[in-house]
Design a protein around this ligand. Sequence first.
Ligand code: ASP
Length: 336
Amino acid sequence: MAANKATSALIVHGGAGTIGSAKDRVQRRRAMIDAVKRGAAVLRRGASALDAVCASVTALEDHPLFNAGYGSLLNSEGVAEMDASVMVAQPPGDDGEAGVRSGAVAVVTRVRNPVLAARVVMERTRHLLMAGTAAERFLRRNGIPLCKPDELVSDRARERWRARIEHERHELLAAGGHGTVGAAAIDIHGHLAAATSTGGVPGKLPGRVGDSAIYGAGVFASGSGAASATGHGEAIIRAALCRETIEALEEASPMDAARLRISASILPQGAEAGIIVVDRKGRLGYAHCAETMEVGIFDARGEIRHVWVKSIAREFGSSRRVSDKSRRKSPRKSNR
Ligand code: ASP
């Protein structure tokens, strides 16, 4: 069933993780509101949910305080290797089936706006996921400008990488990573879209691919809704978090579906993750089990706001189980 024709809505996240400094929080909030405004402007003029999520995500990819595009966290060799994805669903037709498409890139090092590269994969290939230098050559031929890998490394990301190498060598692989960005939207035509973009977890091994490039894990859309996730990529992939959350919309509101899937499939892994959701009625949902997660909202009434979302970890704390030895040894770190 198509959404109410007048309904459009958008939700944006800026990563699930630690709270960070007061100064950073002010800047991040401002950047999030700006990103929502850009996406909302697209929806208000009647353009597509896909254009809206791309507008919001590119705004955050260009901002040095977020772990995506410029400012991405660096891998163990000091290189920004980025993953991104987009997914769209048209309202179900007479046969009840929604038209669903997706595209993703993984381990790209020379693309300023990986979300636009993911969109090229979706729109110009018959593939779902492209990776590596051959993918970058393809992207260049298809209008995505390439830059030098160093041009994506902010001073802040370089400093953090040095600090990790010097002080935390033994814990590089266990450290969590936050500041990933994502968006989910519905437009006035009832089209749903989601997008996710990240530099991944800090100190990751070169070549590691996280959930942000994986259909059903870090991104998903169907006739029921669209979702984007953030947090420990390996846990999100195991949980097929976005897909499971969208499927839960059959019986739950977006807010309940988000809370349910985080509590049932992320907390038991002893991991931290967050998710944002929009359903086909334009209702929004979000939940996380990290220290904090921020979302920017353009709701179906046309209001724009920013929310620091409270973790559900305490509420569901008793079900928390640490299943990964390396994680048990790893103290929580600030990545902001
Ligand atoms: N999910 C991302 C990854 O594992 C990181 C994050 O969201 O902070 O690559």
